[in-house]
Design a protein around this ligand. Structure first.
Ligand SMILES: Nc1nc2c(c(=O)[nH]1)N[C@H]1C(S)=C(S)[C@@H](COP(=O)(O)OP(=O)(O)OC[C@H]3O[C@@H](n4cnc5c(=O)[nH]c(N)nc54)[C@H](O)[C@@H]3O)O[C@H]1N2
Ligand SMILES: Nc1nc2c(c(=O)[nH]1)N[C@H]1C(S)=C(S)[C@@H](COP(=O)(O)OP(=O)(O)OC[C@H]3O[C@@H](n4cnc5c(=O)[nH]c(N)nc54)[C@H](O)[C@@H]3O)O[C@H]1N2
Ligand code: SF4
Ligand SMILES: [Mo]
Length: 761
């Protein structure tokens, strides 16, 4: 079952780093250099298999140890997320161990932004007492918990249920909720792309080379080497466009029009998989009638993509079916962006069905989930499910009935606090104040909570609003719950301690048990981490010790091609016409709907602000890592992308300081002037704009796109609308330039001196 045990040869064979398209060679060279060489300088005397946490992918990693110290990290070849590779962020994980800004013991707020250290025991005692005092008044419906999916999530859900509150949240409604709701309504679940076997890959606002999962890049490269074509639809020449055959420079927010026109071509030219649609589809007739009006000529005017290109790509997709997909995507174009995002996701799901690629090799597949065991409910009784309605209305009649209930509308938390619905908050591994729209409002609202507890190893913006900060040990310092990884070949993965905690910090598994006891529901946590992990592993016939040896192990049946007998939709078929949406009062067909906002047509300074992720950063949370900020500084990654012709008209040259503003915010940043962006959009990376005074390197560097984003909930999935944002851009004045330069130089000096510290770059 366990294929081979780890030895030095496996480690070296697996060694590899993935980067970012054309920039990849630079990223590989420099990140490897920064980490101390492509191969470990000295042969390791031990290798520990564990799980990365530098971003939410949780790749399997192998950590080389020399004299009891970790010296190098590479990808575990057996883990589907890493396939033997890590990214620059994964490599930079070692630097976090010596990050001087870490929180070293529990902290108690004594005044706005001021903290004093306290013991764990005192923190728990005070949190428990205060909790009881408040909840006696408000009831448990005023309590919320924000979690970071997913190894710890079953415990967090259990704790919140024990407290009697339904208000669990994840980052999803600021990330991918529209996609999930659209796909679930259409196909019953979220499929993934079968990159490695594909002949034709279409990425609509998806940038897999940069917003990356290393294993996916390995598979995309494999398909590419066998001649697969790549089409990228993006207002911006992103790093995936660099390796693509076609880049469709779309007007931001209009992807739905393009998708409808593609469907029009497939249906009117009879290029779709009629057999598949007849056998597995429901409501195709209504859909086919609806799309008659959405011709390529119609879409060309809306999307700014020539009608011939639209028609050609549709024909090429049809010729490649079924080994073709339009990727279900993630965040960029329709995860949580526009008023039309949920229907855009519906259209993507429908187009794939027209291509007859559902659960077909090279198309979209339903990944297999890992089959893990669970705690014996007799010995470890679970708390009853809370009966109270959710404060945000997610999944509730009269609220957002088709939204994902247990993930919630995370961006609505400030409003719910303002409305007096939420009084007590727990935040695990999310930085709400930085990650949702309208930070001013978020900060003001979080300050009003009667009790706010943040579990965070770092003094994030959100942690600095909490009454108590409970510092978690870093991922290389902790054991954790084993976790199932869905895939074509599902696995179970482990996180285990590589080094002892440097400070008085604790792992989530310990904090959650102790917190449950402090909050008076300890009876639901009458087990240890080891007992829990053993229960999870029992059906797989492997022991925790064996899993720790390899890091991952097979956990369930392998994927097989072919449509399941029934889909998890109301009709059990592919719903071209969504009966679920109809019942909830939404358009059952994905008709065209323009974005809510548009740049002012006759204003040369007006643009839509779009955003995205960068290969060497995780959201804005890695901006304090000295090694990763070396890339930013060297390659000017924080700059605002602006179209060259539009910039010339505004007197802006490459590298000039510009002022970006709207009714919510105003800020200064340098410009990246390029033909590689649609004239009506400007682009800011999401990697910067931290404002925690305790993060020496990150604080005040660059701008965050969501500082310019107003709070509003999309009506169907209830997600944040992160790209319904219009800004004006102008050249900075000499006075503004002087201020910006002085600020930048001060930050550069901080970064340089941090880089000089032993154990750093
Ligand atoms: N290196 C790195 N990798 C990551 C992450 C990270 O922070 N760093 N985060 C992970 C997470 S949580 C996520 S959600 C994924 C995100 O994965 P993606 O969604 O692929 O990444 P983004 O960069 O958010 O967006 C992709 C592209 O959408 C484009 N875009 C913006 N607006 C529009 C539009 O209106 N239409 C179209 N067609 N395109 C548009 C942007 O220019 C960008 O190139 O990445 C994951 N992987
Ligand atoms: N400005 C900005 N906003 C964004 C995005 C962006 O790129 N920029 N991206 C959007 C997307 S796609 C998503 S998915 C969301 C993500 O939003 P968040 O979930 O807020 O993501 P991160 O920025 O990664 O924040 C992670 C938080 O966890 C803490 N943390 C890090 N490691 C650990 C750990 O080991 N244990 C614990 N307990 N805490 C830890 C960090 O200090 C930080 O406070 O944000 C969305 N909003
Ligand atoms: S993608 Fe990079 S940072 Fe994220 S888990 Fe994998 S190696 Fe770590
Ligand atoms: Mo995300």
């Amino acid at each position: 079952m366990l294929k081979q045990s780890l030895n030095r040869r496996t480690f070296l064979k697996g060694a590899g780093v993935v980067g970012a398209g054309v920039a990849a060679s630079q990223v590989v060279v420099h990140s490897a250099h920064a980490a101390g060489g492509v191969a470990p300088a000295a042969p390791p005397d031990r290798i520990v298999a564990t799980t990365c946490e530098m971003c939410g992918n949780r790749c399997g990693i192998l950590v080389a140890m020399k004299d009891g110290r970790p010296t190098y990290i590479t990808g575990n070849p057996e883990h589907p997320k890493s396939k033997g590779k890590v990214c620059a962020k994964g490599l930079a994980g070692l630097r976090e161990l010596t990050n001087p800004d870490r929180i070293r013991q529990p902290m108690k707020r004594v005044a706005d932004g001021q903290y004093e250290p306290i013991s764990w025991e005192q923190a728990y005692a005070e949190i428990g007492a205060r909790y009881r005092e408040i909840v006696t008044q408000t009831g448990p419906g005023a309590v919320f918990w924000v979690t970071h999916p997913k190894p710890t999530q079953p415990w967090e859900d259990r704790l919140l249920a024990a407290l009697g509150s339904p208000n669990s949240f994840t980052h999803s409604s600021a990330c991918y909720t529209a996609r999930d709701v659209g796909f679930i309504a259409t196909l019953g679940q979220l499929p993934s792309s079968d990159f490695g076997a594909s002949k034709y890959m279409v990425f609509v606002g998806r940038n897999p080379v940069e917003a990356l999962v290393p294993g996916q890049i390995v598979s995309i490269a494999k398909a590419r080497s066998k001649g697969a074509k790549i089409v990228v639809v993006d207002p911006r020449y992103n790093n995936t466009a660099m390796i693509a055959d076609d880049w469709l420079k779309i007007r931001a927010g209009t992807d739905l029009a393009l998708l409808l026109a593609w469907a029009n071509v497939l249906v009117t030219e009879n290029l779709y998989d009629a057999e598949f649609v007849a056998q597995y589809g429901s409501g195709f007739e209504q859909f086919a009638e609806m799309i008659q009006q959405y011709t390529p000529e119609w879409a060309a005017a809306i999307t700014d993509i020539p009608a011939e290109t639209i028609e050609r790509i549709a024909q090429e997709m049809a010729a490649a079916r079924p080994a073709v997909f339009i990727d279900p995507s993630w965040h960029g174009a329709f995860g949580s962006q526009y008023i039309n995002s949920t229907q855009t996701a519906r259209a993507v799901a429908i187009l794939n069905a027209l291509l007859g690629n559902i659960n077909r090799a090279g198309g979209l597949i339903f990944p297999k989930s890992a089959k893990l065991g669970n705690l014996d409910p007799e010995k470890y009784p679970a708390p009853p499910e809370p009966e109270l309605p959710r404060a945000d209305g997610a999944g509730e009649k009269g609220g957002y009935p088709v939204a994902i209930a247990h993930k919630g509308l995370v961006q609505a938390i400030p409003e719910l606090i303002e409305q007096g619905k939420l009084h007590v908050g727990f935040m695990y591994h999310m930085n709400l104040a930085r990650s949702i729209p309208d930070r001013q409002r978020a900060v003001a609202a979080l300050k009003k909570l009667d009790l706010f507890v943040a579990i965070d190893p770092y003094p994030s913006e959100t942690a600095l609003l909490a009454h108590y900060i409970l510092p978690e040990s870093l991922y290389l310092e902790r054991d954790e719950m084993v976790d199932g990884v869905s895939s074509k070949e599902p696995v179970v993965a482990v996180r285990q301690q590589v080094v002892a905690p440097a400070f008085d910090t604790r792992p989530a598994a310990q904090i959650l048990i102790e917190l449950a006891q402090a909050l008076g529901v300890g009876e639901y946590f009458n087990f240890t981490l080891e007992e829990y992990n053993n229960a999870r592993l029992t059906p797989l016939g492997i022991t925790l010790a064996e899993l720790k040896e390899m890091g991952v192990a097979p956990a369930g049946d392998k994927w097989e091609e072919g449509m399941p007998a029934e889909l998890k939709t109301p009709s059990k078929k592919v719903e071209f016409y969504s009966t679920k949406f109809e019942k909830a009062g939404y358009d059952p067909l994905p008709n065209w709907q323009p974005p809510l906002t548009m740049p002012v047509a006759d204003d040369p300074a007006s643009f839509r602000l779009i955003h995205g992720h960068q290969a060497v950063h995780t959201h804005a949370s890695s901006a304090n890592n000295v090694q990763l900020m070396a890339f930013t500084r060297r390659y000017h990654l924080e700059r605002l992308w602006i179209n060259d012709a539009r910039a010339a008209a505004l007197g802006i040259r490459d590298g000039d300081w510009v002022v970006v503003s709207n009714e919510l915010a105003s800020g200064t940043v340098r410009a990246h002037v390029t033909a590689g962006i649609h004239p009506e959009s400007v682009f800011l990376p999401g990697s910067y704009g931290r404002f925690s005074p305790q993060l020496a390197i990150a604080n005040g560097y660059g701008l965050a796109p969501n500082d310019f984003t107003a709070y509003a909930n999309e009506p169907i999935a209830g997600h944040a609308m992160m790209s319904e944002v219009i800004v004006t851009v102008r050249a900075a004045t000499p006075e503004e330039i002087a201020v910006a330069e002085a600020h930048d130089q001060a930050l550069a000096a901080t970064w340089k001196s941090a880089a000089m510290l032993p154990g750093r770059v």
